[in-house]
Design a protein around this ligand. Structure first.
Ligand code: PGA
Length: 250
């Protein structure tokens, strides 16, 4: 049985103090008995948010990482820097990074490998644009993203550490959610891709989230689908809505 995982991606929101205040406000109301909950603030807030979640079962996540170990890479952050402040999960290949910062599938793969070396779970984001879906290319696009992200990753690491987030780009920050059926269909397809690359038992262990305008009004339906193992939540993770989503009715 896969344990559900819900992650809040704060993106470039909340300065340190505001973020800490928000976590203090919600942390006691978040039910972490049945599911893993991850909060992904901006880099500069990681350390203080780690202190704020101490004593809870909430995990700390980062929104990005660089794949080199250390050195002259101005503006970048290594995995060791993340683990030093308590990071356990890291989002990679978010569509905003692919779009604005030209992150490629090959870079995603390098980041995944580096994170796994240091026992950090990657949350690998994949998803198609509206044009790609309209042209019926969405399955091919997602299969390619998943295949390239997992290139040369050992099956044991895939089953134990990898989280995949299916985020159709047309549903991110738009208020338009994929229907629960569309989301489940793609999550199931991704599980099939993992089974093809590895085995069915590996695929059965991988947790696959849906992301894109998840809110309290659609969380129950989405999170109760057969192949959706959680959610990657953007906008709604900045408000009390995150509590309602995490405490959805299963
Ligand atoms: P959204 O963002 O929930 O605001 O649509 C999701 C994401 O980008 O991870």
């Amino acid at each position: 049985m896969r344990k559900k995982i819900i992650a809040g991606n704060w993106k470039m929101n909340y300065c340190v103090n505001k973020g800490v205040d928000f976590v203090e406000e919600i942390k006691e109301r978040i039910d972490t008995d049945k599911i893993d909950v991850v909060i992904c603030p901006n880099f500069v807030a990681l350390d203080r948010i780690f202190d704020a979640i101490e004593g809870t079962n909430i995990y700390l996540g980062a929104q990005n990482v660089y794949f080199e170990t250390s050195g002259a890479y101005t503006g970048e952050t290594s995995v060791d820097m993340l683990t030093a402040v308590g990071v356990k999960y890291c989002i990679v290949g978010h569509s905003e990074r692919r779009k604005y910062f030209h992150e490629t599938d090959e870079m995603v793969n390098q980041k995944v490998k580096k994170l796994l070396e240091k026992d950090v779970s990657p949350i690998i984001c994949v998803g198609e644009t509206l044009e790609e879906r309209d042209a019926s290319k969405h399955f091919d696009i997602v299969e390619e993203q998943v295949t390239k992200a997992l290139k040369d990753i050992h099956k044991d690491l895939v089953s134990k550490k990898i989280v995949i987030a299916y985020e159709p780009i047309w549903a991110i920050g738009t208020g338009v959610t994929a229907t629960a059926e569309q989301a489940n269909e793609m999550c199931k397809f991704i599980r099939g891709v993992v089974a093809k690359l590895y085995t069915t038992s590996v695929a059965d262990c991988v947790r696959i989230q849906y992301g894109g305008s998840v809110k309290p009004s659609n969380a129950n339906e989405i999170l109760n689908m057969s192949d959706i193992d959680g959610a990657l939540v953007g906008g709604a993770s900045l408000t009390n809505d995150f509590v309602a989503i995490v405490n959805y009715e299963s």
